[in-house]
Ligand binder design. Structure first.
Ligand code: PEP
Ligand code: MG
Length: 594
């Protein structure tokens, strides 16, 4: 079979990355090699210096105008975040160090503007590398993006707005600047794929705001693709399919339509509580990494936020001071219209790095088992941890807030955490600042030791939230990021299920609620087992909630309990999976798609 263009063999070759913005699209690749590839090393005559500086200023002015134009276009659209990023870029375009510094180099070294800008950037970079304030240090990527825009204007390259587009363009690049992502979104591109970036990168943020499917962090992408190649972007699974066969395209289109239709139908159902046919209530919460997602959470019927991953705020350089954090948490509470919000303290380290604090751990052989998460908060990041606790405590008078501590592994660690909370409260009292003295404190159960000790830990906290993403990797000794052992990473493994069950029983004996906020919670297949085990809360990505609610409302708790009992007595994950599948297919033949 031949693909639509370029007579390439259909291959269905799959590249994997990180699903940064859900949804599926089929399109043609528009390769965007960001920035000029070659900086001309031009030496100037004395008489050329003045005109060169004037040209540089025109390029800066053009860049400012382009950004202003983008901001105007965004005024009536979603994407407040994108507008804020553009505002930061406009500020950079007025920055003395960038502008005057470049002009000085043109003047003194008598070289062309592109080369001078490149040299100036190298100088600014060395200054940045020495900075310890991560907020300022992290502005580097914005400076780079802005400089790329100036360089494009200097070299007279067409802005992306004028680029020739094929139908259904999917933009593929090493990195896509936020401003470009906004621009591209406006042009009606269907998907974004980048080599660089993670879930928290700007491209992902903008793509989610514009609801464009996106996959980021696809290694070796640019070695594999050419412009006009047909591609399927599956932002839900984090997959890119190159040169798909017509069958594969049909399947993608129908899955995409099905997903959209099902979500719309389910979301349109009157938001009745998730209560089983025989009266068991399951609370459905949303996992959020960004405040902007709160709107979607409310739209999809979330009863609150079950997990707010604050480290994503930190990594996006917006939140570090107590004051800034306080404002963010307050905004989150307001966006959730009075629904409860669970704020998890920094879960930094490992792959979630926050450079520039001067407090990073030494390089580690096993970062997942190293100085990360609560361990980092209690040691090297303690001042930042206390500032966070004060900010959350202060926000607690503005709405219903719970604090969640990640990666607790033993009782002593929990005691240290509780002492830190007492210290933060004392600091606030000293300053006469109000907080809710009864703010619920909970821990993530994501280290097997914590699940095994859940009877003990339950006596010291107000709630549990099970983080299966980590619990599975640690229980099964299977790296959650390693493709090669992905076949072993299974939430339905008996060892995992037994730890979950043990945690639920311990919580209920201590009369505290227990939720589950790992990714397994968002998968419909797991719902009856989790419900039947007795979980009180499920927290998942907002788009998963309508289907979960539908399933709960059409399930009998008694039957789910019987299923969970059977599953817990089984030894073989394949048998468990097929039993659960059959159970679901029997009850939800139309709604459920495997
Ligand atoms: C988890 O480990 O299940 C979890 C929810 O936390 P994270 O994915 O942020 O590690
Ligand atoms: Mg975790």
């Amino acid at each position: 079979m031949k693909s639509r263009k370029g007579h390439r063999e259909s291959s269905n070759r799959v590249l994997r990355g990180i699903g940064a913005s859900p949804g599926i699209c089929v399109g043609t690749i528009h390769r965007m090699d960001s920035g000029p590839t070659r900086i001309p090393h031009q030496r100037l005559e004395a008489s050329q210096v003045g005109p060169e500086i004037a040209q540089f200023r025109r390029a800066v002015a053009a860049s400012i105008e382009q950004i202003q134009a983008l901001q105007r276009k965004l005024r009536h659209r979603r994407g407040r975040e994108a507008r804020a990023i553009l505002e930061a870029h406009r500020t950079i375009l007025r920055d003395e160090a960038l502008l005057k510094g470049t002009e000085r180099i043109i003047l003194r070294q008598r070289i062309g503007a592109e080369w001078a800008l490149q040299k100036n950037l190298a100088e600014i970079r060395t200054v940045f590398d020495r900075l310890t304030d991560s907020y300022i240090r992290e502005r580097w990527s914005d400076i780079e993006f802005v400089s790329q825009r100036i360089l494009r204007n200097l070299s007279g390259q067409r802005d992306l707005v004028d680029a020739p587009w094929k139908p259904h363009p999917v933009v593929v690049a090493h990195r896509i600047s936020p401003a470009d992502a906004v621009n591209l979104g406006r042009l009606g591109i269907e998907g974004l794929v980048s080599e660089a970036g993670g879930k928290e990168c700007h491209t992902a943020i903008v793509a989610r705001a514009l609801e464009i499917p996106a996959v980021v962090g696809v290694r070796g992408l640019l070695d594999e693709v050419v412009s006009e190649q047909v591609v399927i972007v599956d932002g839900t699974r984090g997959e890119v399919v190159l040169d798909p066969t017509s069958e594969r395209i049909e399947e993608a289109v129908s899955r995409s339509q099905g997903q959209r239709r099902r979500l719309d139908e389910l979301a349109a159902e009157p938001a009745r509580p998730a209560r089983t046919r025989d009266g068991r209530r399951l609370h459905l919460f949303a996992n959020l990494e960004m405040i902007e997602e709160a709107r979607a959470a409310v739209r999809y019927g979330a009863e609150g936020v079950g997990l707010f991953r604050t480290e994503f705020l930190a990594m996006r350089r917006r939140v570090l001071s107590e004051e800034a954090q306080y404002r963010w948490y307050r905004r989150l509470l307001r966006s959730m219209d009075g629904r409860p919000v669970t704020i998890r303290t920094w879960d930094l380290g490992g792959e979630k790095r926050l450079p520039g604090l001067g407090m990073e751990p030494e390089p580690e052989d096993n970062p997942a088992l190293g100085l990360r998460s609560i361990r980092l908060s209690l040691t090297r990041l303690r001042p930042l941890f206390l500032a966070q606790l004060r900010a959350v405590l202060r926000a607690s008078v503005e709405g219903r807030v719970r604090i969640l501590f990640p990666m607790i592994g033993c009782v002593e660690e929990l005691q240290d955490v509780l002492e830190a909370v007492a210290e933060a409260k004392a600091q606030l009292r000293k300053k006469g600042q109000a907080y809710d003295p009864r703010i619920p404190l909970g821990i993530m159960i994501e280290v097997p030791a914590a699940a095994l000790l859940s009877e003990v830990l339950s006596r010291h906290v107000d709630f549990f939230s099970v983080g299966t993403n980590d619990l599975i990797q640690f229980t099964l000794a299977t790296d959650r990021h390693n493709e090669q052992v992905a076949y072993l990473y299974d939430p339905l493994q008996p060892a995992v299920l037994r730890l979950l069950h043990r945690t639920v029983r311990a919580a209920h004996r201590a009369h505290i609620p227990v939720g589950l906020c790992g990714e397994m919670a968002g998968e419909a297949l797991h719902l009856p087992v989790l419900l039947g085990m007795g979980f009180d809360e499920i927290s998942a990505n907002p788009q998963a909630l309508p289907l979960l609610r539908h399933l709960v409302r059409n399930t009998s708790y008694a039957e789910a309990r019987a299923l969970a009992r059977r599953v817990l007595a089984m030894e073989d994950v394949r048998a468990i999976r097929s039993l659960v599948r059959d159970w679901m297919l029997e009850r939800f033949p139309d709604t459920f798609e495997f």
